[in-house]
Design a protein around this ligand. Structure first.
Ligand code: CO8
Length: 257
């Protein structure tokens, strides 16, 4: 299938998906998310493929959901279209998925990386959940998965106060598997994926499922509540102001309404 927002290729038994919206820092609009999920599901069903890698470019893995696309939406429009659901489909992928992250992994971009099974980061990677700066909260698992990944104290700082983690900090807090020079990060992710893809396929899928089971049962309620709270914030003046201010490249004025 021809894609516009992503590129796909295979490297032996590894399927590589690359976000391809460099002019918008790979902001995750609906079309890109649908294409990402189509490609992941296609590779997941293909017996020739044993693992997948998702990458952006050196400057940005992805700078989050597309703010311009959602800035004017009401609660009801957000609930009707339920764009968060497409992010949730990553959980249903059976084969291992590795995120190769360089540059910005913010908002929904950080949430995609968190939804992957492992993260290989370049030295320039920056992880953050800056939704608070545009009047909302993470909506695709950030409040839940980040807290499991880095612990409550750091998650609070990242989500309430827009703290970003450098690649080294992300390694220190257990968010990423390894940090490598920018020139090597994609090859390193592909190498790791190739090793895993050469192992016993049924056992690899079973192992992934069971490791996720360790916290999946605690995650489901939290993810559903987070999505609802995220959508509810689209009824606030602060969400409209926050997103408008981003688009107009100015500081927002919060009203607490
Ligand atoms: N959405 C839309 N456009 C974006 C986004 C984005 N998230 N990020 C960057 N862009 C655009 C910019 O508007 C700009 O476009 P233009 O050239 O037309 O002005 C272009 O990309 C380049 O960006 P900048 O000029 O801002 O580049 P800088 O190098 O100065 O800054 C940053 C890079 C720091 C990454 C900056 O662009 C930024 O802060 N981006 C927004 C980060 C953010 O707030 N992300 C969170 C979004 S909300 C979210 O992800 C919630 C997910 C919940 C689930 C989603 C369900 C729908």
């Amino acid at each position: 299938m021809p894609y516009e927002m992503i590129l796909t290729e295979t490297h032996g038994r590894v399927g590589l998906i690359t976000f391809n919206r460099p002019q918008a820092m790979n902001a995750l609009n609906n079309q890109l998310m649908r294409e990402l999920m189509d490609a992941l599901e296609f590779f997941d069903e293909n017996d020739e493929i044993g693992a997948m890698v998702i990458a952006g470019n050196e400057k940005a893995f992805a700078a989050g959901a597309d703010i311009k696309e959602m800035a004017d939406k009401s609660i009801h429009q957000m609930m009707d279209t339920d764009h968060v659901a497409v992010f949730g489909r990553i959980r249903t992928i059976k084969k291992p998925v590795i995120a190769a992250v360089s540059g910005f992994a913010l908002g929904g971009g950080c949430e995609i990386a968190l939804s992957c099974d492992m993260i290989v980061a370049s030295e320039s990677a920056k992880f953050g959940q800056p939704e608070i700066t545009i009047g909302v909260i993470p909506g695709a698992g950030g409040t839940q998965r980040l807290t499991y990944a880095v612990g409550k104290a750091i998650a609070m700082e990242m989500i309430l106060n827009n703290r970003t983690l450098s690649a080294q900090e992300a390694l220190q807090y257990g968010l990423v598997n390894r940090v490598v020079p920018v020139s090597d990060y994609l090859n390193e992710a592909l190498k790791l994926a190739k090793e895993i893809a050469s192992r016993a396929p049924l056992a690899v899928r079973a192992a992934k499922r069971m490791i996720n089971q360790a916290y999946e049962r605690f995650l489901s309620d939290g993810l559903a509540q987070e999505k609802q709270v995220f959508y509810n914030l689209f009824g606030s003046e602060d969400q409209k102001e926050g997103m408008k201010a981003f688009i107009e490249k100015r500081k927002p004025e919060w009203k607490g309404k």
